[in-house]
Write a protein that binds this ligand. Structure first.
Ligand SMILES: Cc1ncc(COP(=O)(O)O)c(C=O)c1O
Length: 397
């Protein structure tokens, strides 16, 4: 991660196909395209990658989350349970629909704690959204049990975990709806893009129409198509899809490079008594996009994070002090700083953030360091890096 590190002639060829016929839009213009339908081809590749019946490409991962929720009927006043550790996109996508994000603690998987989810369920809860952060996953069986028991929609944000799996199933294909991002820094990039994945035909049809102004996509005359319900424009372009098409075909190669680099780094840290690793649930296999480890306390995590930066170990994050991925720094959410008026329901629904603390999440995120695994490193570079990281941690602890 990220896939752009290994751009090649394969990506250039797909993009040139699009430029050669001049049709940058994914729908219509059948005569001009010379048979090129990059978005449709990418959707077919992704159906096979995710072993799922339906895939709808959209303009971003944030759009994918919003569309997934909308497709399942989540809207004004509904509560959606989500983790305290994720990207801001999670609550943005929920609030875009007038729904209420209900933040709950993570556990040592660095994803949703099933117990915390169950405790947060109210009469207004409509969906649970798990976020498979940093290449690994939650205890999906436990979350499925909670969702089934309370008749809740189960959404899986796998934007950071493409290529990982749980009990043999690709991450993103396990819940009722899965969401992916193909933005510039993801393992597979389209530049910008996203996807909704599901085995539910109704959800898929809703996602297909909703992401294109409500178009029913029947026939080949866009002007004559009907609009069964309201929609918006979250379309992906053919240029973006073309890049993703070349990239997704390289996913096995990318995952095996990530695994090699991850393993070298992990082995170098494994003998340090102060280092422990995140829990991967039974039957889970990470995508190896990040190596996540815990240090004994917040102070040593802060010291190690600073020493990594000072010594040229880039792309390692201490999310406790990061503005974008952890509740502690989301004051724009807690103080509801919005450009436009927010509904009374959402304002009241978010009141809990004024007083609620998340000690369990602080316990894990405060001690966690999350190191991005790059694709472009040589084996020698990773080994040098691994030794340097181990040395720094041992000196500080
Ligand atoms: C977990 C998660 N969800 C959603 C998104 C949003 O994706 P996008 O940038 O494509 O909107 C991201 C992006 O970083 C993410 O990490």
């Amino acid at each position: 991660m990220p896939g752009f590190e290994l751009f090649s002639d394969l990506e250039r060829k797909e993009v040139n196909d699009v430029l050669d016929n001049g049709v940058l839009m994914r729908y219509g213009f059948d005569g001009m395209r010379k048979g090129h339908w990059k978005a449709k081809e990418l959707e077919a590749e992704l159906r096979s990658t995710f072993q799922s019946d339906y895939v709808q490409l959209v303009s971003s991962g944030t759009a994918a989350v919003s569309i997934a929720l909308a497709s399942a009927g989540v809207g004004a006043g509904d509560e959606v349970i989500m983790p305290t550790f994720t990207f801001v996109a999670s609550f943005e996508a929920i609030m875009m629909l007038g729904a209420i994000p209900v933040l709950v603690d993570i556990d040592d998987t660095l994803t949703l704690d099933p117990k915390a989810v169950e405790e947060a369920i109210t009469a207004k809860t409509k969906a649970v959204m798990v976020v498979q952060m940093c290449g690994s996953m939650a205890n999906m069986d436990a979350l499925r049990t909670v969702c089934d028991k309370h008749n809740l929609i189960f959404v899986e944000d796998a934007c950071q975990a493409i290529g990982g799996s749980y009990k043999g199933k690709p991450l993103g294909s396990i819940a009722d709806l899965g969401c992916f991002s193909f933005d510039f820094v993801k393992t597979i990039t389209c530049g910008e893009g996203g996807a909704v994945v599901t085995n539910n035909k109704d959800y898929y049809t809703n996602a297909d129409h909703y992401s294109d102004h409500g178009h029913d996509h029947v026939g080949n005359d866009r002007g004559a198509e009907t609009h069964p319900f309201l929609g918006y424009n979250f379309r992906i372009s053919e240029l973006n899809a073309a890049v993703g098409l070349a990239q997704v075909r390289r996913l096995p190669e990318f995952i095996s490079i990530q695994k090699r680099n991850y393993t070298i780094l992990r082995e170098a840290l494994s003998h340090i008594p102060e280092v422990t690793f995140r829990t991967v649930p039974d039957g889970g296999e990470e995508s190896y996009a990040f190596l996540n480890f815990f240090l004994p306390d917040l102070e040593s995590a802060r010291k190690v994070s600073k020493a990594f930066k000072d010594n040229g170990i880039d792309a390692c994050f201490h999310y406790y002090d990061n503005n974008w991925h952890y509740i502690r720094k989301w004051d724009h959410l807690t103080n509801l700083k919005s450009l436009y008026p927010i509904s009374k329901e959402v304002k009241e629904g978010l009141q809990y953030l004024q007083t609620k603390s998340f000690e369990q999440s602080d316990h894990y995120i405060g001690r966690n360091i999350s190191c991005l695994i790059k694709l472009s490193w040589t084996k020698e570079e990773v080994k040098t890096r691994a030794n340097k990281m181990a040395q720094i941690i041992e000196t500080i602890n």
